[in-house]
Ligand binder design. Structure first.
Ligand code: ADP
Ligand code: MG
Length: 664
């Protein structure tokens, strides 16, 4: 700015100095509002020059365009056409930040309706322009106190505007206008809402400010008040009708005017300010904030907990299948492409005997099972009755708690003996620690309990492995199954390096035995593992998507609240912009608010999610807590805040101050 430094004495000897551009120079300014078919000419070709240090009163009837003119002078509004220069600088050439700087440090606005922020104290209201000018908190707090004391409000600094009388509020707003030592005071009917006495006080104050060398422009429709000014400009229908200069007020200090349009980017202090403001406004709307928070908390907690549970069950599947041993092969009847299960009459006990002959086979267990009811005394219980060979326990590496597993002799002799899983043992013998030696009824046939299997827990698919009773396969055929086909043959390979060869050998053997028809399938543990993990991944993705949707809903809640908040606080935004807030400040304030909500929500959500996962774990569900889901969910919440906070914030920041101020 070539005219950034500007100083002028408006005294007779100013003629001897080089001509300076006037403080305010308005040339043929028009402001038109089109309302449907009619055009309101609020200003209709106004030209006006005001020198630094003048005390000007603008008079006119209501609706004559006084406020419109004042708003244009104060850079709260832009003219439709015409030219406005401040100290020789065309304001049309200024950026939004430079305009904000002008409102911040050059013009001090005093409104008819005070325009104080209701949620904060008098002193904090006074401090606002200084915060936007970048003054440190202690410095500006001290100055605000000092200013309020000077205006006779020393006792009222901590009061809210609503706790003050009209006259007191107007003095607070004058203090605010003086906060950044604005050389130009613009007062739009400052006494309009006050009683006579308070009005006189305010007028005296304005005269005092003028005497200190400030330029004062005052709108009034009271001729008595206008009398105190050096010059009265009469406006009617958007045109100047009369410009009446009178004698200058005596004993006035030389006017000082300095145009300072520097705009610094001060991200960190601005951010700190914005965070404080955000926390404050969250406290003011505590209930609403809590509800918004809840949305984010639930979303994040859901993601964290769901992923912990999903990952936990995946981990469990992995462990259980691995613990089954990697050297297991399972032969099932039915060709792979037909689909496995069902009762297919191709796999028989003789196949198992043949496989057992292979040198690499360490144990073998042909199996068939059915559900049936077992009874002891008056307790009936339906369980899985498994017909097996002694190799069953060995292949599954399943130890005994009591007694022994069925033996070769039991199988050969069709012995009515049975080995109980833990669940069955505890259900049938609730009071008996060791039921070995007792007889239970299976389909009314007594079976001797010869052993109890060690507890195994649930399978990866959630079925209780201990809900089982094992009897010799031969006995099962005779008493229960009726058919002599196998459902599977479990093969334990002695050396895990020989799995591939054994699988091939079994395939060859069975193909020969089945006369060239491949009516069976052989699976090894790793292929089972793959399938199981794929299922688990699907499950985890499903859980995570549900959780992500709830996070999205939380984010939409944040955006909704931000939109409401921006709408509700449009006037506040207007006040902030009129006192020097830049677009960046407004953006930052509302973004920070959304971010603080989402940040706190995210943090609480992560903690809640972990707690939920731990509680679920205490009910016996496997969980796996890893940092990634927590970080992911938190970042998501944070990004939602950024995105959904930005849109309403931008809407707020792009408003013209005068539009925001007149918002009802
Ligand atoms: P004063 O302050 O002298 O009472 P204003 O400057 O506020 O008058 O308004 C001048 C004229 O412009 C009035 O007729 C008013 O209705 C009109 N006006 C002011 N602001 C708007 C607006 N935002 N939209 C339409 N008309 C407006
Ligand atoms: Mg007005």
């Amino acid at each position: 700015m070539n005219a950034a430094q500007y100083q002028q004495r408006t005294s007779p000897d100013a003629r001897t100095q080089a001509p300076q551009p006037p403080l305010i120079e308005i040339t043929d300014v028009r402001k038109h509002y089109s309302q449907g078919t009619t055009t309101v000419r609020a200003l209709d070709g106004v030209s006006l020059t005001i020198e630094a240090g003048e005390f000007v009163a603008i008079m006119g009837q209501s609706g004559s365009g006084k406020s419109t003119l004042m708003n244009i002078i104060g850079c709260l509004d832009r003219p439709s056409s015409g030219n406005y220069r401040v100290a020789g600088v065309d304001v049309a050439d200024l950026s939004t930040d430079e305009l904000a700087a002008l409102r911040c440090r050059t013009f001090g606005f005093v409104f008819q309706r005070f325009n104080l922020l209701p949620e904060i104290s008098a002193a904090e209201n006074v401090e606002i322009p200084a915060a936007y000018a970048g003054r440190a908190k202690p410095d500006r707090a001290a100055r605000a106190k000092q200013l309020l004391a000077r205006l006779g409000l020393g006792e009222r600094t901590d009061h809210r505007p609503t706790e003050l009388s009209g006259g007191q509020q107007q003095r607070v707003s004058i203090a605010r206008a003086l906060m950044n030592e604005a050389p130009v005071i613009l007062a739009d009917e400052p006494t309009g809402a006050l009683d006579t006495r308070s009005g006189e006080e305010v007028l005296a104050l304005l005269k005092e400010l003028h005497a200190e060398g400030r330029t004062v422009i005052l709108i009034t429709h009271n001729p008595e008040i206008a009398e105190h000014a050096e010059r009265t400009i009469h406006i009617a229908d958007g045109k100047i009708k009369l410009d009446d200069r009178r004698a200058r007020v005596e004993n006035v200090k030389p006017p000082v005017f300095k145009l300072d349009l520097t705009t610094r980017n001060r991200w960190l202090p601005d951010l700190v300010e914005a965070t404080k403001m955000a926390l404050k406004s969250m406290r003011v709307n505590l209930f609403r904030t809590a509800l918004t928070l809840l949305g984010v908390v639930i979303g994040v907690a859901a993601v964290v907990a769901m992923l912990a549970i999903g990952d936990g069950s995946k981990q469990q599947v992995l462990e259980r299948i691995s613990s089954m041993g990697t050297n297991l092969l399972v032969v099932r009847p039915g060709a792979a492409r037909v689909g496995g299960s069902g009762d297919i009459a191709t796999l028989v006990e003789e196949d198992a005997r043949a496989i057992a002959e292979l040198p690499s086979v360490a144990a073998i267990s042909p199996e068939r099972a059915t559900r049936a009811t077992v009874r002891f005394g008056n307790v009936d219980y339906q369980t899985l009755l498994q017909g097996a060979w002694p190799g069953y326990a060995q292949a599954r590496d399943w130890p005994m708690t009591y007694g022994s597993f069925i033996s070769e002799d039991d199988v050969k002799g069709y012995a009515p003996v049975i080995v109980l899983g833990q669940t069955v043992a505890r259900t049938l013998f609730p009071t008996l620690e060791n039921p070995v030696g007792n007889y239970i009824l299976v389909r009314n046939v007594p079976f001797e309990v010869v052993g109890v299997l060690a507890p195994r827990g649930a399978t990866p698919w959630g079925t209780d492995q201990d809900d089982i009773a094992v009897m010799p396969l031969s006995t099962g055929y005779m008493r229960l199954f009726g058919k002599r086909y196998l459902q599977s043959i479990t093969v334990l390979v002695g050396d895990s390096n020989e799995i591939k060869e054994t699988e091939a050998a079994i395939e060859k053997l069975l193909t020969e035995r089945h006369r060239g028809v491949i009516d069976f399938q052989i699976r090894n543990t790793s292929s089972i593992l793959e399938t199981a993990l794929a299922t688990q991944d699907t499950l985890t993705i499903l859980l995570a998507s549900v959780a992500a949707i709830s996070l999205l809903v939380g984010g939409i809640g944040v955006m909704n609240i931000m939109l409401v908040s921006v709408t509700e606080r449009t006037r506040e935004i207007g006040v902030r912009m009129a006192t020097g807030a830049r677009m960046q400040n407004i953006l930052l304030q509302f973004n920070t608010e959304a971010l603080v909500v989402c940040g706190i929500g995210g943090l609480v959500g992560v903690l809640l999610g972990i707690s939920v996962a731990l509680i679920v774990q205490s009910f016996g569900v496997a969980i796996l807590l890893s940092p990634l889901p927590a970080i992911l969910a938190f970042s998501c919440a944070f990004l939602t805040g950024l995105l959904f906070g930005y849109l309403p914030a931008r809407k707020a920041a792009q408003m013209d101050p005068v539009v925001a101020l007149s918002y009802e």
